[in-house]
Design a protein. Structure first.
Length: 216
């Protein structure tokens, strides 16, 4: 593991405050993004959406809605492909295109990047950072693999049982039937909210703690 990687890829934030960052990958989605936004609004929660450029191009109004609701948007690539399996110039071209689409839709310039599948190499990492992005994955224990449809209770339990200050949670709002994710999200927000947790954007989380990176 390179020293660059250990310094650059954020997975958790050390904080004394009961703050958690929810993140949603792969959207926006014409059905599930709106449902997730409604649940977040119900519980006064904020989140960060890592969007794909091709979906921003299809549904720019949904990205505008995310920003208007006080959420944050990061780049997840243009398509959901392994960046390590294509030439770097294509990755950078797609990153720039995704960035342009977000700016055109919202006037907002994203500052966070999450590679599809969480896969990258030092070359991709440096190139993305050179464009001014902070690379964010997720807290390993906070990946309930909702995309496998394990059941609402399984998704909710995996998050609720292991939640701690500064966690970065990985969920998805596109890529199939995300009904389980929507229903689990309601439980997560209700139960952890009752325990005093506040759900914030990545920027809010990072402003209130010290970022942790990929362990050696």
């Amino acid at each position: 593991m390179s020293s660059l990687e250990k310094q650059a890829v954020i997975t958790h934030v050390t904080t004394g405050e009961k703050l958690i960052a929810l993140t949603f990958d792969d959207g926006p989605d014409p059905l599930y993004t709106d449902r997730i936004l409604a649940v977040l609004e119900k519980y006064h929660a904020r989140a960060t959406f890592f969007v794909l450029g091709q979906h921003v191009q299809q549904y720019p109004h949904l990205v505008r809605r995310e920003i208007a609701a006080g959420h944050e948007v990061g780049v997840h690539g243009y398509r959901h492909v392994f960046l390590t399996r294509q030439p770097l110039y294509i990755t950078l071209s797609q990153l720039k295109r995704s960035e342009e689409l977000i700016v055109q839709a919202t006037g907002y310039r994203p500052v966070y990047f999450r590679p599809p599948f969480g896969f990258y190499n030092p070359v991709v990492l440096k190139a993305v950072m050179d464009r001014g992005y902070r690379v964010v994955l997720w807290t390993p224990e906070m990946d309930p693999r909702d995309y496998t449809d394990p059941g609402v209770q399984v998704i909710a339990r995996r998050i609720i049982s292991g939640a701690r200050n500064g966690d970065i949670v990985l969920l998805h709002d596109h890529g199939g039937d995300r009904t389980q994710t929507v229903q689990a999200l309601e439980q997560i927000l209700r139960v952890l909210g009752a325990r005093g947790y506040k759900f914030v954007t990545l920027t809010e989380l990072l402003e209130n703690g010290k970022s942790e990176h990929i362990p050696a």
